[in-house]
Structure formats: structure tokens, C-alpha cells
Write a protein that binds this ligand. Structure first.
Ligand SMILES: [Zn+2]
Length: 76
């Protein structure tokens, strides 16, 4: 889901897109960007697309609470 208005994370970084989707089932596990947990890349999970400094990054989260906490922390 593309956010109607990009959410500022401070500086020149913005969250442009949040999605819950299913990636190809490759069995990879990645770090959750919001906590110390891990996220299976082949399960339903939450991702946020952050743009800034000419780069575009995708972060994975356990769930909505985790993303919310990360946003609150990042926007400080
Ligand atoms: Zn998490």
C-alpha cells in the first residue's frame, strides 16, 4: 500500500510504502528491522519501503506493533 503522504523519518528519509505480501518461498530468514526477532521472508509479513539519500530500502517486520514501534523510534 502506497501511503497517501510519505511519512517522514527525520532527515531526508521517508516511508513511502507499507505492504503485507507473500514473497517467493525461498526459505530465507531475515532480521526484523523493529526488534531482535527474525522474519521469514516466505511468510505473510509486513514490509516498509523507505527512501532517502537517493536510496530505496525495504525493511521487514514481525507485525504491525513492531512496525509502529520502529516508526515511532525512527521518527524521533
Ligand atoms: Zn519485530
Amino acid at each position: 500500500m502506497r501511503l497517501p503522504v510519505p511519512r517522514s523519518l527525520g532527515g531526508r528519509f521517508y516511508v513511502k510504502e507499507v505492504s503485507v505480501g507473500r514473497d517467493p518461498e525461498d526459505g530465507r530468514v531475515g532480521d526484523c528491522a523493529g526488534c531482535d526477532g527474525y522474519v521469514y521472508h516466505d511468510r505473510w509479513h509486513l514490509t516498509a519501503t523507505v527512501v532517502g539519500d537517493g536510496r530505496r530500502s525495504r525493511y521487514h517486520y514481525c507485525d504491525g506493533d513492531c512496525l509502529g514501534e520502529w516508526l515511532a523510534f525512527a521518527a524521533d
